[in-house]
Write a protein of this length. Structure first.
Length: 272
């Protein structure tokens, strides 16, 4: 989409933060301090700071899953940045009436799939902190840029227009032969193993027929409506609140009990 065809939502005044920083070291607090120093009336929401260190795919998955619950014009800051201090680009973008600020490392791949997304490479130093470290661009670049965006600075003022290049950390599900193939992309704090297999893809593939879900040594041939329908300790598959297929253990932890790592293929086959 050309820039002059784009109509931008007015900023909502809300800024969300998603990082792998945790809450032990004060990094998140420093980002909030920078934001409030520029835009004192910002409303800051912690989406999560518990992304596993350097897990870009998990950060992208959660950002894509949750941005839609915020008002149009919200600014979403995502910092999972193992390449901080290298020549990797810093970006701000606009997609589906929301703004995004993140390193160019795959966190925004879900935006890049859509030609309506527009983005800039962050080059305007006047919108950064005056002193920029080599190890904390979340504080020194992304936080101040987000604050300026939320305060009403136009996206194009922040840098040079750029086209997204996908990095491929998040892989889509696909059909190969007689199988629908996805993978485990995230484990939540309950130990539920969440795949990238969307409910619509699953239903379109299996229809009303029987099926088998395979994930390493696991084989399941039914979808349980909710965890409350299962016996304690029972391994089940269900469609979660993200509309994705997940594996879980009722009142237990599938991640620890199954020892299935992230990236493990999940395969759906028709028949029993």
């Amino acid at each position: 989409m050309r820039w002059h065809d784009q109509h931008f939502a007015p900023p909502s005044g809300i800024i969300t933060l998603l990082t792998d920083f945790g809450n032990a070291d004060g990094f998140v607090g420093a980002m909030k301090g920078v934001i409030l120093g520029i835009y004192p009336t910002a409303r800051i929401v912690d989406l999560t700071h518990e992304i596993a260190p350097r897990n870009i795919a998990a950060g992208a998955f959660l950002l894509q899953a949750h941005f839609k619950y915020f008002p149009r014009g919200t600014v979403h800051v995502a910092v999972v940045d193992p390449g901080v201090g290298t020549p990797r680009k810093a970006l701000a973008g606009y997609w589906r009436e929301h703004y995004y600020v993140a390193p160019d490392n795959g966190l925004l791949d879900f935006c890049a799939e859509d030609e309506t997304c527009v983005a800039v490479k962050l080059t305007r130093l006047e919108f950064w902190r005056q002193e920029v470290s080599h190890t904390f661009h979340g504080r020194d670049i992304f936080a101040p840029v987000a604050a300026h965006l939320a305060a009403g600075v136009a996206l194009l003022q922040l840098g040079e227009p750029i086209s997204f290049n996908k990095h491929g950390h998040a892989k889509p599900c696909y059909v190969k032969g007689d199988a629908l193939i996805g993978e485990i992309v995230y484990a939540d704090r309950f130990g539920n193993l969440i795949s990238n297999l969307a409910q619509i893809d699953f239903k379109n593939f299996v229809g009303n027929g029987s099926f088998v879900i395979q994930c390493e040594h696991v084989r399941i041939n039914a979808i349980t409506p909710a965890y409350g329908y299962a016996r304690p300790g029972e391994l089940i598959a269900l469609i979660n609140s993200f509309d994705c297929l997940e594996l879980g253990v009722a009142q237990g932890n599938a991640q620890t009990s199954l020892a299935i790592p992230l990236g493990t293929p999940m395969i759906i086959k028709r028949g029993s």
